[in-house]
Write a protein that binds this ligand. Structure first.
Ligand code: KG4
Ligand code: ZN
Length: 326
């Protein structure tokens, strides 16, 4: 089955085609226009998606020599995300689906992040534990099958990606903050400052990063001079320490053989290294970087899984900016 995937939940415009669960092409355009504002401006993001989508679909289809008429289904991000950017993608997808008279399915962006791990390893078996770490979410899922998920823990306040972004802002670095902090950390000493790790008792699987952010703010305000690389490395270590500790507790609790990580923060090399080290006797999977950050390959793939099962959406389905996984 040939499925066109469309992703516009935030500031990445992305188009991809999946055919029989293989990604034929994945095109991502990251909107750099937001950098000067230090964060995503929703209205600008929606307009950028609108400008780009049609040409990106043509480009993608030309590249893999598939005509629009061969598309059998369209998968589009329904939520969670920014209302305006979701509407742009969903309206575009609906118009195309009606014009082509093909099926359409609204896909949950978080679920798609989890399923990107099947693109990394098609032999991945259920059940597995997924640490989902993106700009808006930090959750641990026990995944027993398609549409069979149990939430084991999540953040009480900021998401891990948000902690990276806010920390970078405090340190005067660019947006998005994760890659900036990771880059600067390479030359820093992660043990130089002891930042707090929250909720680290009694195998608690919840996260909290807002205290860490405040502690960084106080630290920066109170020091006469700081070595930014040391601060960045210590701050990153505090986030990653919490993520790894809780992932390990979740693995112990479920006695699962496999764990996967998903979402933009999963592209962090230090996190990847420590997950591997900590879970030595387990199967550990993480998608390649381009499949961790927002992309449409994961949307096309998950859409194809549902469409092949005969599950699709009605043409009048709404966008759900706060869409939950369960
Ligand atoms: O999944 P994603 O691309 O978008 C959302 O669905 O939110 O995640 C974006 C988040 C941002 O907060 C960004 O700072 C973070 O992922 N991120 C990273 C890295 N690359 C992206 N965080 C830490 N290290 C990275 N290398
Ligand atoms: Zn995402």
């Amino acid at each position: 089955m040939i499925v066109l995937g469309i992703e516009t939940s935030c500031d990445e415009t992305a188009v991809s085609v999946s055919k029989n669960y293989k990604i034929l092409h994945s095109e991502v355009s990251t909107q750099t226009i937001h950098r000067k504002f230090g964060g995503v401006v929703p209205e600008i993001a929606s307009r950028e998606h609108e400008k780009l989508l049609n040409d990106m679909v043509d480009y993608t289809l030309n590249k893999i020599k598939i005509s629009r008429l061969e598309i059998e289904g369209i998968a589009v991000t329904q939520g969670p995300g920014l209302a305006g950017t979701l509407i742009t993608g969903v309206c575009f997808a609906k118009g195309l689906a009606q014009g082509l008279n093909c099926k359409i399915i609204g896909v949950n962006h978080l679920e798609a992040h989890i399923f990107a791990n099947f693109l990394a390893d098609p032999k991945l078996e259920y059940p597995f534990v997924c640490l989902l770490v993106s700009g808006g979410h930090t959750q641990i899922w026990f995944v027993e099958g398609l549409n069979n998920y149990k939430l084991m823990g999540e953040t009480r306040d900021d998401a891990a990606g948000e902690a990276f972004d806010k920390g970078a802002r405090i340190l005067g670095l660019g947006y998005p903050g994760g890659p900036e902090i990771e880059k600067l950390s390479k030359t820093g000493d992660e043990k130089s400052i002891s930042f707090p790790r929250a909720l680290m008792k009694n195998k608690n699987l919840e996260f909290s990063f807002s205290g860490l952010k405040t502690s960084l703010l106080y630290y920066v305000d109170n020091q006469k001079s700081i070595l930014k690389s040391d601060v960045a490395a210590s701050y990153q270590a505090a986030i990653i320490d919490a993520l790894i500790t809780k992932l390990k507790w979740a693995m112990d609790k479920t006695n699962c053989k496999s764990c996967v990580i998903a979402g933009g923060v999963a592209s962090n090399q230090v996190l990847r290294k420590y997950v591997k080290q900590t879970m030595k006797n387990k199967k550990v999977i993480f998608p390649e970087i381009s499949l961790c950050t927002d992309n449409a390959a994961m949307i096309a793939y998950l859409g194809e899984l549902y469409l092949q099962k005969g599950i699709s959406s009605k043409i009048d389905f709404p966008v759900l900016p706060n869409m939950k996984l369960i």
